[in-house]
Design a binder for this molecule. Structure first.
Ligand code: FAD
Ligand code: NAP
Length: 339
């Protein structure tokens, strides 16, 4: 295929916040060749290249003076199957949740807790997506990426991706790697992860004592639909801040002040605080400043009630960060990628 470049394209349909900024150049990349053509076109125009997927982890704060390349490659295939362990490969432009549903239809376990996360397969390794006690790294086999510095293809093993909480090598080297396809280590017999939040209880309420991966996915989808705003109805990018990892001494001090503090000790001695709890406790839940606001049911989600600019959303986020720092002595870090 040949890359089709468009000029001055509104990115409103391509970011789930629904922020209306323009890209100087825009193109869909359907295969590796078109990705290479996009890189060459950006160099020729002397523009930066911004690779996007579903735009569900972006905050666009101004017009994007770049070539925006949207990954539109498709394809899912089984690479290996020994009857129990199955390696599945998916192209970067595949819709993440469609992949999850496809694997469940094949009777494969592994991705069920990551159901209903918006976005694409290629973006999933960027922040090592996670939900309900499972992270991408737990089901990851390898990936293929294009090095924009050298133009070479490179395969990355699990260790080489350096996955961490909402983080990876690819996030730490922004703009260097274009992820082309990802391989997943799934199983026909994997143990299920039911001990997170209300998952086990919801299954019990439905009278299910021996759940299948599809049961787990269905229950998690139901919980997510109840708690999270649908970006098609109300612009948002999911959790706006990462859950902060703080020293145990700070968590202890806060627990002394707030007996209901939500805190999870980690293996490395740090303590994970629920950013949503901190923001809620500080009184921001449901706050609205013109078109930018904090969701009324989930304080961790900033929302665009219609027509909010990236600057307005960013301004609100800054006010929240300052307040949380002053009240609790905790530094919040933004999760979506800012441009
Ligand atoms: P984009 O937003 O398009 O891009 C994100 C970043 O990845 C950008 O920096 C972009 O440049 C880069 N990128 C995209 N594709 C590629 C590629 N192929 N190669 C190189 N770089 C690339 N996240 C979670 O972890 N867990 C959740 O439970 C979760 N729930 C969410 C719920 C809602 C309602 C929303 C709106 C978001 C949620 N998110 C969650 C955040 C988001 O869905 C994920 O981070 C998702 O993986 C982003 O995918 P995307 O294709 O939309 O990426
Ligand atoms: P929740 O269940 O209300 O829990 C609040 C926070 O406490 C979560 O952020 C979670 O951290 C943490 N937590 C809860 N139970 C835990 C446990 N057993 N062990 C360790 N930590 C625990 O959260 P929610 O907002 O409804 O989200 C549910 C899941 O979906 C979470 O995993 C969340 O990360 C994920 N999610 C992510 C996004 C995003 O954009 N990144 C958006 C929506 C939902 P963790 O976040 O570290 O899991």
């Amino acid at each position: 295929m040949t890359l089709v470049l468009q000029k001055h394209v509104s990115l409103k349909p391509f970011n789930t916040f629904g922020v209306d900024v323009r890209a100087r150049l825009f193109a869909d990349a359907h295969d590796d060749q078109e990705v290479k053509e996009g890189i060459a076109a950006a160099m020729q125009e002397d523009l930066p290249l911004l690779v996007i997927g579903g735009g569900s982890n972006l905050l666009l704060s101004r017009d994007v003076d770049a070539l925006v390349l949207r990954m539109a490659s498709r394809g899912v295939r089984i690479l290996a199957d020994d009857g129990i362990r199955v390696c599945v490969e998916a192209e970067a432009g595949e819709v993440w949740d469609a992949l999850v549903r496809w694997t469940l239809e094949q009777g494969l376990a592994g991705l069920e807790n990551l159901s209903l996360i918006p976005g694409t397969v290629g973006a999933a390794p960027m922040q090592n997506i996670g939900a309900y006690g499972v992270e991408l790294k737990d089901v990851f086999d390898s990936l293929v990426a294009l090095d924009r510095q050298t133009g070479a293809l490179r395969e990355f093993s699990l260790a080489e991706c350096a996955f961490a909480y909402r983080d990876s090598l690819f996030k730490r080297e922004p703009g260097r790697w274009v992820i082309l396809r990802v391989r997943f280590a799934l199983s026909r017999q994997a143990p299920l992860h039911l001990d997170y939040g209300p998952v086990r209880q919801r299954l019990a309420d439905e009278g299910i004592s021996d759940p299948t991966p599809a049961d787990v996915a269905r229950v998690i989808c139901a919980i997510r639909r109840e708690k999270l705003p649908d970006p098609a109805q109300l612009g948002n990018a999911g959790s706006f801040f990462k859950n902060p990892l703080v020293p145990a001494s700070l968590a202890e001090r806060l627990r002394g002040e707030y007996s209901d503090l939500v805190a999870y000790p980690q293996a490395d001695g740090l303590v994970k605080l629920a950013a949503g709890w901190l923001i809620d406790k500080a009184g921001w839940k449901g706050f609205r400043d013109g078109p930018a606001g904090v969701h009324a049911q989930q304080a961790l989600v900033l929302v665009n009630y219609g027509g909010a600019s990236g600057q307005q959303l960013l301004g609100l986020a800054e006010r929240i960060r300052d307040d949380i720092r002053q009240r609790f002595g905790v530094e919040l870090e933004m999760e979506p990628n800012l441009y």
